[in-house]
Write a protein that binds this ligand. Structure first.
Ligand SMILES: Nc1ncnc2c1ncn2[C@@H]1O[C@H](COP(=O)(O)OP(=O)(O)OP(=O)(O)O)[C@@H](O)[C@H]1O
Length: 594
């Protein structure tokens, strides 16, 4: 995907396969079965109108007791059949629903995992949660009440045909009723869909605010910001509630209209029917049967008024999922098993600009780091160190130039390969719920315990883990909140070291470590350096003193780079000069002590 200042990273690519059609294709036989069952169920339903017609016109008129018994027994058998058929259809659609939901969720999850880092960063967590609500909506429409309704709707024709045969004077009325309900359903769908979409947007805002407030609960407490947080939450909640009430009022209005129209239909059918009987155009039995048929026709139409809104929501959800399925993805496979790289990282005039950012964050970076050795990236806050590490990890694609690993353009490697070859420790480490072992072995849960322990030892985490009552089985708690910052970092470092990647990109690995832990970790880095390329962003003099190479960034450009001794000495000399530095070239405060 091309990154530019204007393009939304989450905007879909134009070409997209119809994923839903593809997914429903194998389910065609199941839908065909559901339709057949629907036909039988609806035949039985119109059969009850025929029963009423026969009883009133034949049995009552001619005192046909034996006919009554035969007809009634036949009807009971039909009702028993109807029960079995309905249960069968419900089970069938349930199975279809499970398949649809599981399959879409599987695909959506895969897609989410393969989305470029910039796309994932461009939306709040609440947005990604709604993707799963959309999946639920698609399932409910394709295999829930809406699907049942859509299966039943064509069989309105059966009732209509029978009505035309037994009570033809009432046919125009039935046609007008169907048209009126269709219009009401369409109108209700239009109005409530807009309201539902607006409610959904507010719901995302509300959930995002709740998630943020919940995450920052301690900060809010210590900063004494409870009242501010409460006001913010209340405002989000009130906006959502207002939208929700608007939507619910709109739905209620159309539902009430539909019920009113049902009663009107029944009254008008009876009235017209009575006139037709008086004019000898039809019989009393035909009127009763016609009333039953009209009721049968109207019932799904009333449902349609309510369900049209769901159909609208389904279309909107499908559109959003379309966008997810069409968003360009990171490369998921290379098509060839590439050997483990040595770990030479090269940049060719590489630059990077965050989407919608007015100026580049990294510019014209050229040079090579490694293979092998311990290298530091230094620079003032905001100079682009973390961004550079993400570029070297292949999380971001350069806006200009290239980043290469062992002379291979990084763009050609899959994220799976990169995650095996490049261990990346972010500035803010994050643990997930589960045990310490689960967290260390996150990428490879089945890995041997000895390797988990070896990684923990190298990260300086083994001793404190063993001192815990549950050892490696200790649950880390919400986001690792059970541990100190340093302990969390050591677990995260163990996770990075687990698969012994040839390249290690570490963003301030020792920032939370005490002196002893820092020294122990430095020893690990020294051990790794001869046959690994270790690049670490650091503000620590202790780490800097151990480095073979240093790259210094200043406002996204390399201001100094080379062997550590040389660069550090040059920087020290520069710092010792009496002349004041130029306005736009402030000395790096972290090198003041170097
Ligand atoms: N997602 C983003 N969107 C837009 N700009 C960003 C984004 N992330 C970072 N930046 C900007 O990019 C620049 C470089 O950020 P970066 O995090 O790489 O700096 P850093 O050198 O690692 O800083 P620090 O020492 O504070 O960690 C900063 O000006 C920052 O504001």
């Amino acid at each position: 995907m091309t990154l530019s200042t204007d393009k939304d990273p989450a905007s879909p690519e134009p070409a997209q396969a119809d994923w839903l059609r593809e997914l429903l294709e194998p389910l065609r036989p199941a839908y065909r079965q559901a339709l057949t069952l629907g036909l039988l169920i609806n035949l039985i339903a119109v059969g009850s109108a025929v029963y009423a017609l026969q009883v009133y016109d034949r049995v009552v008129a001619h005192a046909g007791y034996s006919s009554l018994v035969a007809l009634t027994v036949g009807m009971f058998i039909a009702i028993a059949f109807d029960h079995v058929l309905r249960a069968g259809r419900a089970q069938l659609l349930q199975r279809v629903g499970v398949r649809i939901e599981a399959e879409i969720a599987r695909r959506a999850f895969q897609r989410l995992m393969n989305l470029p880092a910039l796309v994932l960063e461009s939306r709040p967590p609440a947005y990604w949660q709604t993707v799963f609500r959309d999946i639920e909506l698609v399932r409910a429409t394709c295999a829930g009440a809406t699907a049942l309704l859509l299966i039943d709707l064509p069989f309105l024709l059966l009732s209509l045909v029978l009505l035309a045969l037994i009570a033809w004077p009432l046919l125009p009325l039935a046609l007008v009723t169907i048209a009126a309900f269709a219009m009401l359903a369409w109108r209700s769908g239009r109005v409530t869909r807009q309201a539902a979409e607006s409610e959904r947007a507010k719901l995302i805002g509300r959930d995002a605010a709740i998630a943020e407030l919940a995450g920052a609960r301690l900060l809010l407490k210590t900063a004494g910001a409870g009242a501010t947080a409460h006001a913010r939450w209340e405002q989000q909640y009130a906006t959502w509630m207002a939208e929700s009430l608007t939507r619910s009022r709109a739905s209620d209005h159309y539902r009430d209209l539909a019920h009113g129209m049902t009663t009107i239909n029944s009254v008008v059918t009876t009235g017209f029917g009575a006139l037709a009987i008086l004019a000898n155009l039809m019989t009393m039995g035909a009127l009763i049967a016609a009333n039953m048929l009209a009721g049968r026709m109207v019932a799904p139409l009333v449902q349609l008024v309510g369900q049209w809104q769901s159909i609208g929501q389904f279309m909107a959800a499908r559109k959003r999922l379309d966008a997810l399925f069409a968003t360009a993805q990171d490369r998921s496979e290379t098509g060839i098993a590439l050997p483990r790289p040595h770990g030479a990282l090269r940049m060719d005039c590489a630059g990077f600009t965050y989407p919608r950012s007015p100026q580049p964050q990294l510019q014209a970076l050229s040079g090579q780091i490694g293979p092998f050795g311990l290298h530091a990236v230094i620079g003032a806050n905001g100079s682009g160190k973390s961004t550079l590490l993400k570029l070297l990890r292949g999380l971001y694609s350069p806006s200009e130039g290239r980043v290469l690993l062992d002379d291979g353009d990084m763009a050609q490697f899959s994220q799976a390969d990169l995650s095996r070859w490049i261990g990346y420790l972010p500035q803010q480490v994050q643990l997930v719920s589960g045990s310490i072992r689960d967290n260390i072995a996150l990428a490879e849960p089945g890995i041997a315990d000895e390797l988990v322990i070896a990684a923990a030892r190298r990260a300086g985490a083994h001793d404190f883990i063993m001192a815990l009552p549950d050892g490696y089985a200790t649950e880390v708690g919400e986001a690792g909140g059970r541990f100190s910052g340093g302990e969390r970092k050591r677990i995260a470092i163990a996770q990075v070291l687990l698969r012994d990647p040839p390249v290690l990109l570490l963003d301030e690995p020792t920032a939370d470590l005490d002196h002893e832990a820092e020294q122990a970790f430095l020893q690990t880095l020294r051990t790794l350096a001869p046959d690994h390329t270790v690049v670490t962003v650091t503000h620590s003099i202790a780490v800097l003193n151990q480095c073979n190479g240093v790259v210094m960034l200043d406002k996204g450009r390399i201001s100094a780079a080379g062997p550590a001794r040389q660069v550090l000495a040059a920087l020290a000399t520069q710092r010792a000069r009496p002349a004041a530095p130029p306005q736009d070239k402030q000395p790096d405060p972290h090198l003041e002590n170097a």
